[in-house]
Each structure stands twice: as C-alpha cells, then as structure tokens.
Design a protein around this ligand. Structure first.
Ligand SMILES: Nc1ncnc2c1ncn2[C@@H]1O[C@H](COP(=O)(O)OP(=O)(O)OP(=O)(O)O)[C@@H](O)[C@H]1O
Ligand SMILES: [Mg+2]
Length: 375
C-alpha cells in the first residue's frame, strides 16, 4: 500500500453526442501509460499520480484510486475522495450513484464481513452546501440550514445496519440534491455534496483487572465522498437564481484554490490558511491538512481547452499537499487521561472559590469539544 497521503488523479471523459455532432476537437490526451496528461495548445505535459483516458471504466477508476483506501478506513484512518472540475466534466458521473460511492460501500461491507472478532457500528450523513447553506439530504424537509461547528455537526447522522440501508440513503439523498438547467447543460449540480460513512469498532474483549473492567480497543474512522459543483464562467448562467448560485459556487471553489495553493507552499504559517472563508473549506480542512488519506479526482471535458488547462494546473498543485495520517484510537488509556484531566480541572476550580458558577457549568461541554476534535 502506498504511503502518500494526498493523491491526484485525472479522468478525461469521452466527447458527448452533442460535441461530436458539433465537430468539437479533443484538446487533451493521456501519454506515458497512466501518469501524464498532454494538452495540445499550448503544448504542455503535466504529471499526475494516475490518469484515465476516455476508454477507461468506472471500475478502472475505482480499483486504482479508491479501492486501496478501503483497508485504511477499516484500520481506523480517515479517508476522503473528492471530484473537482468544470461543469459537465463528469464529476457526478464518477462519484455518484453509478460510480465510486456504491462500489466503496460494497468493498467496505465485504472487508468488514471478512474480519473476525470485530464488533462494529456504522452511521452516515449526506449533506449539501447550497448557496453557502448546509442542508441535510437525508431529511425529507431539507430546507433547514444546519449549523456548522468545528467539533460536530448537529443531528444529521443516521445509523446504518446493512449495505442495503446505506445504498438506500445514498439513492434517496441524491434525488434531493439541487440540480438545475444552465445554459451549458441540463441537470447541472448546483451544490457541493458530502456523503460520509462513520465506522466505530470495538476490537478485542473486555477484561477484568484489579482496576476494574478494561474494555477492548475502540477505533473511530470516517470515509468522506465529496462531489463538488462545477466551476462556471459567469456569463454562462442565465437567470438571477442561477447567477447567485454560480457566484456562491465560484466563491467557495476559489477559496478552495487559495487553501490548496497555501498548503502546497512548504512551511506555510497555518494561521494564514483561509479555511474559515467558506463552508466547503471548513469541511475539507480535515482532509487537506489534518488526519486523512485523500484522493482528488479531476474530471476533464476534452472539448474545452481553456478550462482543461486551468483544472490541470490547479490539480497539479494539490499534489504538493502533505496531510498526516494516523489511526484514530479511542483507547482506555486515552479515556482515563480525559477523566483525570476533567477531575483535575474540577478540583482546581473548586479550590478557586472566586470562579463563577457559569464557567463551572460550561466545563463539561468544553471537555466534550476536546474529545470530538480528535475525530
Ligand atoms: N466517463 C464518462 N463516460 C461516459 N459519459 C460520461 C462520463 N463522464 C461524464 N459523462 C456524461 O457527461 C455528462 C456530464 O457529467 P456529470 O453530470 O457527471 O458532470 P458534472 O461534472 O457533475 O457537471 P456539473 O458540475 O454541471 O454538475 C453526463 O451526461 C454524463 O453521463
Ligand atoms: Mg455534478
């Protein structure tokens, strides 16, 4: 298994029927097996971790880029896949109900079934960012704006018992996503979607010791799938609603671009990385900077020269990002440390009689936040 935390792949879709009828020319191709992409004008060759031409299938993309992440997720690492590219380049096709997510779900259940002696539970949430508001796609009435906090989300997670449940959540949530007709295409995604699978595992048996019952090891990990809305040139959107959507889509994607360029510079001062400037970058923070194995798949419309070069350069920069990866153990020793810390702080506060009661009341919440920040 490769040990690089951030991998960038390029997928060039075939020309669609309309483009063939209009005699559009292909402006980009794969050279040198599966790693280099050549743009025709101006001629330029760019390297990637993987490159998939128009003849390669959904299975090829999944097997090469995403399948290797599944064992890492089961080991307890956070893993993320996201699709990036211009409107109509194939992001939803690659990620959505026909692409990566159902295949990953299949792999996850197969691997969990092979493991013996693990007790586990799964949960999911499926949300979208539409006009800088977060909406729960698993709620029938999803017009509520979820409040985003750094430690946890709100009541958006649903427990999952079977593969069928999870596929059902994916299908149902996907039908609620905002799509709309634009000048360029029908059914364009008007929001960024985030589908997350949480896995909580209990390994080993509880044991009786002189200090009481010691539980087996507990591990929590999450697998996040992000399908971004496509970048658009502003003149292309027709009415006011579409215009506003485009402004928001482009704004969050340019914040993502700024974050990626800052992270790609070695020794950047972390305080100056603009994660907080959009909801998208706040959510992606974990995957880009924090504890995650991440794959970015850049989708390309081969008929669009200018957009292709922009997307490829942007993606190539992302190869320089180096997120850290580690297993998220929630072990007894850690829990004991947390209990000791809580006890010590309480004692300290009791000794300081002048401390206000309101501060004491807020204490458990703050400790809770520290706990959640670990994941
Ligand atoms: N690899 C592919 N093979 C065949 N058809 C594809 C492929 N990729 C995309 N398509 C087709 O191209 C069209 C656009 O794809 P898709 O909806 O995934 O684009 P998108 O990047 O999500 O666009 P938007 O940003 O507007 O949501 C769809 O009709 C889709 O079926
Ligand atoms: Mg889409």
């Amino acid at each position: 298994m490769e040990e690089v935390s951030m991998r960038v792949a390029v997928r060039i879709r075939p020309l669609c029927r309309g483009e063939i009828l209009e005699d559009e020319e292909v402006c980009v191709q794969i050279v040198d097996g599966q790693h280099q992409v050549k743009v025709n004008t101006p001629e330029e060759v760019i390297n990637f971790d993987h490159a998939f031409g128009p003849n390669l299938t959904q299975k090829d993309v999944f097997d090469t880029c995403v399948h290797p992440l599944v064992p890492r997720f089961i080991e307890g690492c956070n893993t993320t896949v996201f699709t990036y590219g211009q409107t109509g380049s194939g992001k939803t096709y690659t990620m959505g109900t026909l692409g990566i997510i159902p295949r990953a779900i299949d792999d996850i259940f197969n691997l969990l079934n092979e493991k013996k002696g693990i007790k586990y539970s799964l949960a999911t949430y499926y949300i979208e960012i539409y006009n800088e508001e977060l909406r729960d796609l698993l709620e029938k009435k999803n017009d509520m704006n979820i409040i985003l906090r750094d430690d946890k989300w709100g009541n958006t997670e649903c427990a999952v018992n079977t593969k069928k449940d999870l596929l059902h959540f994916l299908e149902e949530g996907s039908t609620r996503r905002r799509v709309g007709n634009t000048l360029l295409r029908k059914r364009s995604s008007r929001s960024h979607t985030i589908f997350t699978i949480f896995l909580r595992q209990q390994r080993g048996h509880s044991q009786k010791t002189k200090d009481g019952i010691v539980k087996g090891e507990e591990i929590i990990s999450k697998f996040t799938f992000i399908d971004l809305a496509g970048h658009e040139r502003m003149g292309r959107s027709e009415n006011k609603m579409r215009f506003n959507e485009s402004i928001n889509i482009n704004k969050s994607l340019s914040t993502l671009a700024q974050v990626i360029s800052s992270l790609a510079i070695p020794n950047t001062d972390k305080a100056h990385i603009p994660f907080r400037n959009s909801k998208l970058t706040r959510i992606l923070k974990d995957s880009l900077e924090g504890n995650a194995k991440t794959v970015m798949i850049v989708c390309i419309n081969p008929a669009s020269t200018l957009d292709t070069l922009t997307s490829l350069k942007y993606a190539n920069q992302a190869r320089d990002i180096k997120p850290k990866t580690m297993v998220n153990h929630v072990n007894e020793q850690y829990k004991q440390e947390l209990r000791d810390r809580k006890k010590a702080v309480k004692q300290h506060l009791q000794e300081r009689k002048h401390v206000s009661t309101s501060l004491q009341r807020s204490l458990p919440d703050k400790l809770q936040t520290i706990f959640f920040k670990l994941f």
